[in-house]
Design a protein around this ligand. Structure first.
Ligand code: ADP
Ligand code: MG
Length: 570
């Protein structure tokens, strides 16, 4: 047996680590299972290339709880370590990472603590929950097994052990203030959060399986059951496969696997798959969306080599795409850094614009391939598209091809089609194209009818952010102005018909005029008695366009979407 002192500059590193990692201490399990997975995949590689002359077999990783002894075991059948390797990889390398971490974060608090969970402390994170850690490991090489023990001080022991099967067993002696990690339910929860799609099968306890009834069983006989190993992960999730190997149904069933509590089917999916200049795979889903932009619970999940990292992808995908669901997996996203750094990182910027482009391309091909279906989905996806157009210039450009303008009658036009359709009839005195729209079919019903009688197309634009998008469209497109049907702009458009006669007598007109000017302040509304010749409307009241826009901007301007980030300056 040998003993030693782990070479760390800080006298007792453990309390420090514990304090800093406190908010995220549960990640220890993810880290230890990642190590077990790495060890197994390394063995696979070595047997593949013929360097390890052992049977690879069907290795599994086992997580075992021993509540009585207050122990948690993580057991793998991977490459294992010799005594020398334990010295090197655990005492030197693993701990030097920890030391570096301490150096970096010693004096920092608060915000910084949140990012430490992504620091990848690896093996060392075991000491967040355990006051003693043992490693019993046997290398695939023909050497005796080793047994390492460390009790949370920089001192350790290392001796030979009699383990005969290849692989590594990590034993955590769970600390008294961390006993939640001795609960089966807690470990299950963590496994399903972090390890659900890891590439090596992970076993945790057993489960009861119902078997088919034997032929001669009576009606009232219960179906027989048996205890089987409980595997918690799907080692081959859909996003790791080639798009050509997947059918529509595979995407849908993967969606259900990701979001078991979501009963609504996704509208469509986008398979991301790139390996140069960065590595990224994933599947994004467009969920059915309504007009109210509620904060959604099921978010995009970020993985690194099939290990769950976070469901906060802010800074990695553009904000408008955070409304989507699905999975992104990339080893190229730096995780040990703050969000603000992430947003400035070149690789992350490339990833973000790649995703934006893929989403735009997919929307375009859906539009091209099946326009009818695209129109049907429009109401459910428009909020994402409109928000994207507002916030990402690249997306705005691309979206010109598929952004739809629905009319109150249920027709859908692209901008170019709309322009073509109305340019003869809907220009004002300055030759500007005037696009009439309603924001509420019921409330603006009579205005809509009047405009339609005039032969105008009336659009139905009712998203909560539409006024912002209208401003953007007006500034990007030449000679176009949007006018709400009940706004005063419509007066500029309507070519006054000489023959129009008001249905009211002169006397009636005078009385009404006086009444309205006395009751309605003339700077907020305009009353017109003769301009409109609709049967329904002997007079109309319109609101100056600029007044209404000002009010709208005040209402929707400040908080931005879901209260995260801000709307662009208008
Ligand atoms: P990292 O995984 O980033 O290398 P860790 O601190 O998690 O850092 O692990 C340090 C090293 O210890 C690993 O690189 C590996 O060589 C060794 N190791 C840890 N766990 C195992 C294991 N279960 N089987 C074999 N080697 C392991
Ligand atoms: Mg590791």
């Amino acid at each position: 047996m040998s003993t030693g002192t782990i070479n760390v500059a800080v006298e007792n590193i453990f309390p420090l680590i514990k304090k800093f990692l406190y908010s995220d201490h549960e990640i220890f399990l993810r880290e230890l299972i990642s190590n077990a997975t790495d060890a197994t995949l390394k063995l696979k590689h070595l047997t593949n290339i013929g360097e390890a002359k052992v049977e690879y077999g069907n290795p599994v990783i086992e997580v075992k709880l021993d509540k009585e002894k207050k122990q948690l075991h993580i057991i793998d059948q991977g490459i294992g370590m010799t005594k020398e390797e334990v010295e090197k990889y655990i005492n030197e390398i693993a701990f030097s990472g920890a030391e570096e971490f301490i150096e970096k974060y010693k004096d920092k608090q608060g915000e910084e603590a949140g990012i430490i969970g992504h620091f990848g402390l690896g093996f060392y994170s075991a000491f967040m929950v355990a006051d003693k850690v043992e490693i019993i490991t046997k290398s695939y090489k023909d050497e005796p097994a080793a047994h390492w023990t460390c009790d949370g001080s920089p001192n350790y022991t290392l001796e030979e052990a009699d383990k005969t099967e290849r692989g590594t067993e990590i034993i955590l002696h769970i600390a008294d203030d961390e006993t939640e990690f001795l609960e089966k339910s807690k470990i299950s929860e963590l496994l399903s959060k972090y390890n659900k799609f890891m590439p090596i099968p992970i076993k945790f306890g057993t489960k009861t399986e119902t078997l088919p009834k034997p032929e001669d069983a009576k009606e009232e006989d219960p179906a027989p059951t048996q205890e089987v190993d409980n595997f918690i992960n799907n080692p081959n999730p859909a996003w790791t496969k080639q798009p050509t190997d997947l059918k529509e149904e595979d995407y849908k069933s993967f969606y259900r696997e990701l979001y078991p509590m979501q009963f609504e089917e996704p509208l469509f999916n986008i398979h991301l798959n790139v390996d140069y200049p960065f590595n990224l795979t994933g599947i994004l889903y467009f969920p059915k969306m309504t007009n109210d932009m509620n904060i959604q619970k099921d978010k995009i999940q970020l993985y690194q080599n099939q290990v769950f990292v976070t469901d906060n992808v802010e800074g990695i995908v553009p904000e408008f795409l955070t409304m989507l669901r699905g999975v992104i997996d990339s080893p190229d996203i730096p995780l040990n850094v703050s969000r603000s750094y992430l947003q400035a990182d070149g690789a992350v910027k490339k990833i973000s614009s790649y995703i934006t482009r893929k989403v735009a391309d997919k929307l375009k091909s859906l539009f091209n391939d099946n326009r009818e279906d695209f129109e049907k989905k429009w109401d459910d996806i428009k909020i994402v598209i409109e928000y994207g157009m507002l916030t990402e210039d690249k997306f705005f450009e691309k979206a010109q091809k598929f952004m739809l303008f629905p009319t109150v009658d249920g027709n859908y036009f692209t901008f170019d089609e709309l322009k073509e359709k109305v340019s003869a009839n809907q220009t004002d005195k300055d030759d500007k194209l005037v696009l009439l729209y309603a924001s509420n079919k019921e409330e603006q019903h009579s205005y809509i009818e009047t405009a339609k009688e005039k032969g105008y197309e009336v659009l139905l634009l009712d998203s909560p952010i539409i006024s912002h998008l209208i401003q953007k469209l007006e500034s990007e497109k030449e000679n176009v102005t949007f006018a709400r049907v009940d706004g005063d702009h419509i007066d500029n458009l309507i070519k006054k018909d000489e023959n129009t006669v008001s249905k009211l007598t002169d006397e009636e007109q005078e009385t009404l005029k006086t009444f309205f000017t006395e009751t309605i302040p003339s700077d907020t509304f305009t009353v017109q008695l003769e301009a409109m010749d609709s049967n329904a409307n002997p007079f109309t009241i319109t609101e100056p366009e600029f007044m209404r826009r000002m009010k709208e901007m005040q209402q929707t301007g400040g908080g931005g979407m879901f209260g995260m980030g801000n709307m662009p300056e208008m």
